[in-house]
Design a protein around this ligand. Sequence first.
Ligand code: GYE
Length: 339
Amino acid sequence: MRITDSGNQDMTRRNISFFLFIILCLLFFSCEKKAAETKGIILGFSQIGAESAWRNCNTRSVQEAAAEAGIQLLFFNAEQKQENQIKAIRSFIAYQVDVIAFVPIVTDGWENVLEEAKEAGIPVLVCDREINIQDESLYAGYLGTNMLVQGRSSAEFLIKKYINPDTGKFFTRRNQPVRIVELRGTEGSSPAIMRARGFREALAEYPEFEIIYSESGDFLRSKGYELMCNILEDNIVFDVLYSHNDGMTLGAIEAMKERGIKTDEDIVIVSIDAEQAAINALIRGDINCVVECNPKQGPEIIRLSQLLAKGETIPRMIFMIEEVFTEWDDVLNIGTRGY
Ligand code: GYE
């Protein structure tokens, strides 16, 4: 059969049409496969509460990522009670979810309910805060932030602030040890434990620093305000405020300002989280160092949950990427934090 030019053109057109048809089929089936892969995933997520702007951002991140991925999210807010988290996890087991993810409000007391999840064959992802458990087979992995490093970074800022790197000379207004007030997070929680430990480890070889007060403000702004009022009313003299989260820091600054203390001159403040209000305070000079703790863990939680739902293994520990912002940075260009 002789193919004329017009015949050639017909053949080319038919080839292109067939090629496009194949491409469209492949695209359709790959979308179907992806939808089938993720459509049926039911994720049970136990959140600890709404104690801070950080927590609310963490919640939004999980909910938005689940919606984006088109998976069914069973979300329970435990209102700061471990027993509510245990009840939620038991309900996820009864509902036979594909994956359980939870933020353990404290490190201890999870063995029994995680045994039940393991017996039910449901993989568990520990998020944000860590747990203290002997049998590591009771959970598939951890995604969160390195809170020991956050404590160390907080201390390293103070070392840089008070000790001349060239001469090793230590300088402070009163030529006495730097007196540090510490506002800790929730008692028994991994952020409170690790941020305190990392801070103390980094300062261990510097007798020029002295922690003269350490109390738990439970990560609450109201408690940070209350504790600082008590400190000032008891006339406790201090040089540095080290606070385990921005919420407590902002409450403490409010209490200091009410009493005429110039937080941008009289006191050095180091805070952890890096919510927008704390970055704004860094720009104003009220805070000297903000150590980031990244709450936007939703997309990674969903990605890991999808892997677990397919029976795949995941790394034991995954840490979010984070920065440290100080008064020595170009603070006006830190960019918005999104919460
Ligand atoms: O620093 C604080 C929140 O678990 C790391 O909990 C999180 C901490 C965070 O209330 O703001």
